[in-house]
Write a protein that binds this ligand. Structure first.
Ligand code: PLP
Length: 422
């Protein structure tokens, strides 16, 4: 058995790719392609690493469900006693559908609507992570109308460079997220004065796919300066939320392990005298990213003068990260075969030149072979679209030797539901 680098619980047995105990090729035969296959054990192992790092502390892990919001995945985290970080009323409906405790739900996002605020107040969520001073005023009004008091935390933009792709950097001055560091104290004073808000915490989230602990340590320092100033103004903070953002190994990336990162961060927290606070974290990618692969069939091989193309049945609508961020996903044959490799651009059927999944990949493949696109548990299905009227893929969650179909493949009639002829 050989382990796939960076993918716990995904390995090869006699050259055949397996997720936990099940051969991927068998799952593809049963459910068709493109097909997402996830390992439950891998998700739980990633969660356990965070919990090891936080052992002995008052803490809550709120899975940032935007990474993968399929109900079966949410259920795994709800059953493991996680909270959830949501960014829309739709996400709230999903977590409630899997039986999550509303008080363990926190609501992030720069553009919460009044209707979403009312829905979240009605559900009784644990905290609104407020991202602007204008949002504080609107939330107070909505809470007043609902006859409730909204628990709030203010998301601070600490102006720290997370050294990641600009589209997933969120804690710099030029980003739309959070309230500027310099405005935070004034915003807390206002929040504390509004009658239908109750200040409960402070939060930040500086970006995603962070592979170095330095930006976290810098952000923590800046946050703790603020905590000291806010509390000196007489406003007590019950929790400190450091967001998510920890990276995964896509291509030999070496992010710190969650337990090691937290050991380092907690040393700083203790040294600054805030070790007794309840900690909240909002990890997404690092809990699910390397728990999943996407299986796709090679439809055609198309040799060319400048490029050879390997045309597969998964596309940018299923796997949007390469088109969006020029992101890298490993791509490997599901069954290792001998023979010479040819260099291909692996592309999908969508009518866009941006529809590529991997460039210049040396692959020993033939028409009809199955390929596995790796590290596709996060920000793939949750970002999938129906562009080109392509039904979204099916999803299977493997638990040991059992496969649960957690999402049926869409059919064209599903896509046309709700549309009307003139
Ligand atoms: N929290 C907030 C507010 C976010 O915006 C995000 C992602 O963008 C996350 C948590 C999760 O980040 P990641 O998946 O990198 O852990």
């Amino acid at each position: 058995m050989t382990q796939l680098p960076g993918h716990p619980h995904i390995h090869r047995v006699d050259g055949e790719l397996h997720v936990e105990q099940l051969p991927v090729a068998q799952l593809a035969r049963e459910h068709g392609t493109p097909l997402f296959v996830y390992s439950k054990a891998s998700m739980l192992a990633a969660l356990a690493a965070y919990r090891r790092g936080l052992q002995g502390r008052r803490s809550r892990i709120c899975y940032a469900m935007k990474a993968n919001s399929s109900l079966g995945v949410l259920q795994v985290f709800a059953q493991a006693d996680c909270g959830f970080d949501i960014v829309s009323g739709g996400e709230l409906a999903r977590v409630l559908a899997v039986g999550a405790r509303p008080q363990d739900v926190i609501f992030s996002g720069v553009g919460k609507t009044r209707a979403e605020m009312a829905q979240a107040l009605e559900a009784g969520i644990g905290c609104f992570n407020v991202e602007s001073e204008a949002e504080l005023e609107v939330l107070d009004e909505v809470a007043a109308r609902a006859g409730r008091v909204a628990p709030v935390s203010i998301r601070v933009n600490p102006n720290v460079d997370p050294k990641t792709h600009p589209y997933i950097s969120t804690g710099l001055k030029g980003n739309k997220f959070g309230i500027a560091h310099e405005r935070t104290l004034a915003a807390y004073r206002r929040a504390a004065a509004l009658p239908h808000l109750r200040v409960v915490g402070i939060d930040c989230h500086i970006g995603s796919q962070i592979t170095d602990s330095g930006p976290y340590l810098d952000a923590m320092d800046r946050m703790l300066d603020l905590v000291a100033a806010i509390e000196a103004a007489g406003i007590r903070l019950q929790h400190i939320d450091f967001g998510g953002g920890l990276g995964i190994d896509y291509r030999g990336d070496q992010p710190p392990a969650a337990d090691a990162l937290w050991a380092e961060l907690l040393r700083k927290l203790d040294a600054r005298g805030f070790g007794d606070r309840e900690l909240l974290l909002e990890p997404g990618r690092s809990l699910v990213g390397n728990a999943g692969v996407c299986v796709t069939e090679v439809l055609y091989l198309k040799p060319g003068e400048q490029k050879n193309f390997c045309i597969v049945d998964a596309a940018m609508n299923d796997l949007p990260r390469p088109a969006m961020y020029e992101a890298f996903h490993g791509i490997e044959p599901v069954a290792q075969r001998g023979g010479a490799a040819t260099t291909y651009d692996v592309v999908g059927p969508v009518c866009e030149s941006g529809d590529w999944l991997g460039r210049d990949r040396a692959l020993p493949v033939q028409q009809g072979d199955l390929l596995a696109v790796l590290s596709t548990g996060a920000y793939c299905m949750s970002m999938a679209s129906n562009y080109n009227t392509r039904p979204r893929a099916a999803e299977v969650l493997v638990d040991g030797d059992r496969a649960h179909l957690i999402r049926e493949r869409e059919r064209p009639e599903d896509l046309m539901r709700g549309e009307r002829l003139l």
